[in-house]
Design a binder for this molecule. Structure first.
Ligand code: HEM
Ligand SMILES: *[C@@H]1O[C@H](CO)[C@@H](O)[C@H](O)[C@H]1NC(C)=O
Ligand SMILES: *[C@@H]1O[C@H](CO)[C@@H](O)[C@H](O)[C@H]1NC(C)=O
Ligand SMILES: *[C@@H]1O[C@H](CO)[C@@H](O)[C@H](O)[C@H]1NC(C)=O
Length: 317
């Protein structure tokens, strides 16, 4: 009965907030695991409402992703067409590692306490059916800057281009309709080495000016390997494909940890994978993204965020 109800996506389009928690979990093999996780996922809308209502002005949202192995175990339904584990990418100098993860939660709010409270209630519901693989707490750094000092997120799609670049359409993959592929990588930076570069050298690596955040001209040969140029994807018909990035800084000066949590949402997984190929292998091969000489990924995991309607249909009862 097409058209009887419309598919409601998760809030992948939610704005960047002051605070975000990135939570990666693995399933534990227990008799109750599938039932507990399914009912928790089905109840997420309730859990979200319960926390967000405590301060409606704090823009609380949570988006949930499911990894490819867990997809089969939890849903028993066909996988989204492109969903597969994160493929390791080994360049001559740097490697994009592939690390485990069955469930992913991108928890966002203007208030750190709401993120904390939601995560606490969520983990209570999941109990010992999961183990935490990684928990990273990100924060806003000045005017949306990363810890390298550059404004991060400027080239993101806006308005109608957001669903266009993030949500799988009915005609592409009916079973995955209204969902979004998610790729995450937790990067740590060598800030001392980065700071030893001149601002001009840093700007040539990123492809934008530092203070004013203006795009540099693509024409000079060394600018063609700038991060912003390597991460621009154009298909064989000359059509450019964007993704939505919600990167956040994280870290702790006391333990010399300075990082960027990369998160990309995309309607097409191949677009993010091609960006990474170009960054780690280089285009042409051998000329990798020099951002990687100062940034090392500790994790790399792929998920699929199905629609809200799909999540609530997982209720075991
Ligand atoms: C250490 C990790 C990273 C840092 C610090 C970083 C930082 C930045 C900065 C500062 C910009 C320019 C401003 C903007 O348009 O947002 C940018 C652009 C961009 N980055 Fe990254 N990035 C990182 C990793 C990645 C990864 C892993 C991908 C994709 C797989 C990616 C994809 C993009 C894209 C698509 C653009 C926009 C290019 C354009 O159309 O101008 N970035 N990034
Ligand atoms: C959400 O909460 C309401 C009220 O507590 C309850 O009736 C409903 O069954 C819950 N929904 C799910 C999917 O658990
Ligand atoms: C909502 O939150 C309260 C505490 O803040 C908790 O006692 C209750 O179980 C929560 N309800 C749901 C549906 O998670
Ligand atoms: C939607 O994305 C395609 C490329 O993926 C692009 O050609 C088209 O202009 C986009 N439409 C809008 C409204 O952004």
């Amino acid at each position: 009965m097409a058209g009887q109800f419309s598919i409601e996506p998760q809030r992948v389009d939610a704005p960047l907030t002051q605070s975000a928690t990135f939570l990666v979990l693995s399933l534990v093999d227990r008799p109750e695991t599938v039932r507990t996780v399914r009912s928790t996922l089905a109840n997420l809308e309730n859990l979200t409402k319960n926390v967000s209502i405590r301060d409606p002005s704090a823009s609380f949202t949570c988006t949930t992703g499911i990894g490819s192995d867990a997809w089969d175990r939890l849903t028993g339904l066909p996988r989204p067409a492109e969903l597969h584990p994160f493929p390791e990418i080994k360049g001559a100098a740097h490697t994009a590692v592939s690390t485990p993860g069955d469930l992913f939660f991108h928890i966002r709010s203007e208030r750190r306490d709401l993120c904390f409270e939601f995560e606490r209630q969520l983990l209570d519901c999941l109990g010992d059916t999961i183990v935490v693989v990684d928990e990273t707490v990100g924060f806003r750094y000045f005017d949306l800057r990363d810890l390298l000092g550059f404004v991060d997120g400027t080239a993101n799609p806006v308005g109608r281009a957001v669903p266009n670049s993030t949500l799988v359409a009915q005609e592409e993959d009916a079973a995955a309709c209204g969902g979004s592929y998610i790729v995450v990588q937790k990067y740590v930076h060598d800030l001392k080495a980065w700071r030893s570069l001149s601002v001009e050298q840093q700007e040539a690596i990123i492809g934008r000016t530092k203070v004013e955040n203006v795009e540099l001209d693509d024409a000079p040969p060394d600018h063609q390997q700038a991060h912003k140029s390597l991460s621009t994807i154009t298909d064989e018909n000359g059509v450019e494909h964007s993704i939505l990035r919600d990167n956040m800084p994280f870290g702790s000066p006391g333990s010399s940890e300075f990082g960027t949590y990369f998160i990309g949402y995309s309607r097409r997984l191949w677009v993010i994978e091609q960006m990474m190929q170009r960054m780690f292998i280089g285009s042409p091969p051998g000329s990798h993204d020099r951002l990687l000489d100062f940034s090392t990924p500790l994790t790399g995991t792929t998920f699929f965020a199905p629609s809200l309607s799909f999540l609530s249909s997982l209720d075991p009862d």
